[in-house]
Design a protein around this ligand. Structure first.
Ligand code: TYD
Ligand code: MG
Length: 457
């Protein structure tokens, strides 16, 4: 058992003792050794602290007052604008467009009369000036600083009193009170701590930019995620021009809300109708292609799921997934093999999502299964169909939330058919012929019937 420290103390000389005795060894007094924590007023954890004011749960009135950044997609992801004293971590791969997005946000806020300070530890004034020029923002009243020393930055912020602060990036900041190079866990934690404290004391909304490592974590410590109020990820495929801003944690709003942007020659533009854009790259009906009617936050997003199944030249076939979860695909392949008599043995399988969008919903299972099956059998689904539904290990197709919204969006974009879970509620939806499927063998039978009719009729 672990040894427990002294539990007795002399009321006269405060000497600590492991056990009780009649006379204190320290000062020689009699009957002064008392048990610590008994009602003697002696040293224990409760001595020396100040009283905390305790109150009821009701605090102030109504939700926090928000101010808008002025970029619609961004404000929506934040839950309806900025909360004073809120801290927001914006994570993403290098080069994805974080600096561009935050410079645009700072400029939009400043153009509306707010004070915005942008501190860069990564780029020089002239580099940022060039970017601002390119974005057509060189006239925006953003206060720009380049430094990496936290004390200098805090002193400057205390003087300026901005409502919005951007720190680009947290990995370049360092505090002289902590050992370690910038970017080390201790430095990132200390810098973030100081900046969060500044936000709380001064009521500024503070954005921290964080680079993401290959493993997909905000580089350095995950601890920054716990310190801030909101964590946003800026993601997308660098080969494509779509970018998604996704809330993964938000103390002041819904999580999983997304904003969709397009990277153009003049910076990031909000996309009002993302489904139309994602599908605009779609070609003629091809084997292995199924459109998934998905939900991201409060938005419906139609995304094309593409699968390619090809004879493998390798001893162990390749399984490559871009834009969704590879273990999920392996599971779906296993279910197709064991419940539907299909075999992917000796086949390379590639799965991709249109537009480089990452799909995380389990509701995409049915579309993934459809794409894999269609790729394997080399026959295409009708291009007018969408699919959604979650697949269980037994092969059952489970219903998912927001059936109606998904189908409405599909109808709006000109789709007329849907493959949906058999147990779906809120059917039918106007303009869509929805076919309820109870399990994966249902999907296979329907597919074989349809494609048989196509080839004979
Ligand atoms: P950047 O904001 O520097 O990325 P991060 O801060 O996440 O590292 O974005 C860099 C990329 O964005 C770069 O490859 C060029 C591209 N870009 C455009 O396509 N259009 C633009 O108007 C700007 C400013 C950048
Ligand atoms: Mg940058």
């Amino acid at each position: 058992m672990a040894k427990i420290g002294p539990k007795f103390q002399c009321t006269n000389c405060k000497a600590l003792h492991a056990k009780w005795s009649g006379r204190c060894d320290g000062c020689g007094e009699w009957n002064t050794v008392k048990e610590v924590g008994s009602d003697t007023g002696l040293a224990n954890a409760s001595s020396g602290g100040k009283l905390i004011e305790l109150a009821g749960l009701k605090y102030g009135s109504g939700p926090p007052e928000r101010s808008l950044l002025g970029i619609g997609e961004f404000d929506r992801v934040l839950g309806g604008g900025l909360v004073p004293a809120g801290t927001i971590l914006v994570g993403g791969d290098p080069g994805i467009g974080k600096s561009t997005l935050l410079l645009q946000a700072a400029a939009a806020f400043a153009a509306d009369g707010g004070t915005a300070v942008y501190i860069s530890g990564e780029e020089s004034r002239s580099q940022i000036g060039l970017r601002a020029d390119r974005l057509g923002l060189s006239g925006a009243p953003v206060l720009l600083g380049t430094d990496t020393n936290i004390s200098n930055i805090l002193t400057t912020l205390d003087r300026q009193h901005p409502a919005v602060v951007v720190i680009d990036s947290i990995q370049t900041m360092w505090s002289e009170h902590v050992a370690g190079t910038p970017g080390s866990v201790a430095q990132v934690r200390a810098a973030a701590f100081e900046l969060v404290r500044h936000a709380k004391q001064r009521g500024a909304a503070v954005f921290l930019v964080g680079h993401v490592t290959k493993e997909g974590q905000i580089a350095g410590p995950r601890v920054v995620e716990h310190m801030v109020d909101t964590v946003l990820y800026f993601e997308g495929d660098r080969g494509h021009h779509f970018r998604i801003l996704r809330a993964v944690k938000n103390r002041y709003g819904p999580t999983n809300e997304v904003g969709v942007f397009e990277m153009t020659g003049k910076g990031l533009l909000g996309v009002e109708n993302p489904s139309a854009l994602f599908l605009s790259e779609r070609e003629k009906p091809t084997p292995g292609s199924v459109v998934f009617a998905g939900i991201e936050g409060t938005r419906t997003l139609l995304v094309e799921i593409q699968a390619l199944v090809a004879q493998s030249a390798f001893a162990s076939p390749r399984r490559t997934v871009v834009g969704s979860d590879s273990s999920r695909m392996s599971m779906i392949i296993a279910v197709l093999e064991s419940r539907c008599n299909l075999s992917f043995a000796g086949q390379d399988v590639y799965l991709n999502t249109g537009g480089g969008i990452r799909v995380t919903e389990p509701a995409a299972d049915l579309a993934v299964a459809g794409a894999l099956m269609s790729g394997l059998l080399n026959r295409s689904f009708p291009p007018s169909a969408v699919a959604f539904g979650e697949i269980s290990l037994s092969g059952a197709i489970r219903s998912v939330a927001q059936t109606e919204n998904r189908l409405r969006e599909a109808a709006k974009l000109g789709f007329s058919k849907a493959m949906v879970p058999g147990g779906s509620k809120n059917l039918p939806v106007e303009g869509i012929d929805a076919k309820g499927l109870d399990d994966l063998p249902d999907l296979v039978n329907m597919f074989l019937d349809d494609t048989h009719q196509q080839s004979t009729g």
